[in-house]
Design a protein around this ligand. Structure first.
Ligand code: GTP
Length: 346
């Protein structure tokens, strides 16, 4: 089996973080996001992956090349104009022709067992299978209703609390038989959610739902991106990277320097070359990218700092996300929830 990952969206909800970096390769605990999905596909025995790209394709190609480093084969299907979630699948067809395929939205982190989902798809003789997850508040999502044989009967977009008769939503993980490609128009912007899926229902195709009760999160907004870090740091997922040391649940990279009296409390990450000033405190759920500097007496907690961020003295950072090379002067203030793009200066 091969896989297609959709990585062409502009990630507008992640602005300003995605102004210079596609959402699908923002670092999650120091590792480009797509690496988590690649590792998950490998676990299911899938080693050939097509990235369906549109926005800043070269950034993604630069990170993954032909995939050899991660022991997979990666192909790139690049669109000239955004083709939407369905059109982007069609655009990757030439790489998977004639074979069933796993499709992933490139912005979701889930431990859905792909092997089991593929087995369910085959046993049910489905034309298409959607991975479904349960969420606490289904009103913000599109709900998917199933019959007793796990066949999809209806989609319900963003229902009111009264209409929310189920709590299973589309997880952005699919298995498609080759025939599904014939239902998607070529070279056009076409949505799976609004076009392909209702089309499969109308055609009375065997269209099933595989319900998963495990971990699922999409990283599509700064808040979700931040809280996904907390989940991963607290053990929801194994970070696909080796650190030099682990002290007090703090993962420490090479060449990290810690000043006198500084306190490190995990779970946290200090990537290669970070410098923590005297008396500074790195508290739970702080993630410092390569070469970050935190000045004397400053405190960082529940925050994500991309590489090269410089924080002066006496600064408190809580629940913030700072893009690459941001400068935070001594004694300045940044309220919780702040998100700064690359190279911002206060
Ligand atoms: P927002 O602009 O913040 O809504 O994000 P997005 O553009 O990434 O859209 P969305 O979250 O709905 O996309 C879900 C997944 O599909 C993401 O991994 C996107 O990269 C991908 N995607 C969305 N639209 C396209 C597209 O037109 N082409 C391709 N190749 N992928 C897409």
């Amino acid at each position: 089996m091969k896989a297609i990952i959709l990585v062409g969206g502009q990630g507008t909800r992640m602005h300003p973080l995605t102004d210079h970096l596609p959402k699908n390769i923002v670092p999650l605990c120091g590792v480009p996001f797509l690496t988590y999905q690649i590792e998950q596909l490998k676990k299911a025995g899938i080693q050939e992956i097509v990235f369906s790209l549109g926005y800043r394709p070269h950034d993604i190609q630069k990170v993954y090349g032909d995939g050899r480093r991660l022991k997979v084969k990666i192909h790139y299907a690049i669109e000239k104009e955004p083709l939407g979630t369905g059109g982007a699948v069609k655009n990757a067809e030439s790489f998977v022709k004639g074979h069933p395929v796993v499709v992933l939205n490139g912005d979701i982190l889930t431990d859905i067992p792909l092997k089991k989902m593929i087995a369910f798809h085959k046993e049910s003789q489905n034309t298409a299978t959607l991975g479904l997850v349960r969420v606490e508040d289904p009103t913000a999502y599109g709900l998917v209703l199933l019959d007793r044989r796990s066949q999809i009967t209806r989609f319900l977009e963003k229902p009111t609390p009264e209409e929310a008769v189920t709590d299973t939503i589309n997880a952005g993980v699919y298995v498609f038989e080759p025939g599904v490609f014939d239902l998607i128009p070529k070279g056009q912007n076409y949505s799976s959610e609004r076009g392909l899926f209702p089309g499969l229902l109308a055609a009375k195709a065997r269209f099933g739902g595989f319900v998963w009760r495990g971990y699922w999160q999409d990283i599509g907004t700064p808040r979700k991106y931040l809280t996904t870090h907390w989940d991963v740091l607290n053990g929801a997922f194994k970070i696909p990277m080796k650190f030099k040391a682990l002290k007090n649940k703090v993962h420490i990279g090479k060449g990290v320097r810690i000043g006198k009296g500084a306190i490190l409390q995990g779970p946290a990450i200090l990537e290669d070359g970070c410098v923590v000033g005297e008396g500074a405190r790195i508290l739970p759920c702080a993630v410092l990218g390569k070469g970050c500097k935190v000045g004397e007496g400053s405190v960082v907690s529940k925050s994500v700092l991309w590489e090269g961020v410089q924080v002066g003295e006496g600064v408190q950072l809580e629940e913030v996300i700072l893009g690459r090379r941001c400068l935070v002067p001594s004694h300045s203030r940044l309220s919780p929830g702040s998100v700064l793009g690359d190279d911002s200066q206060l």
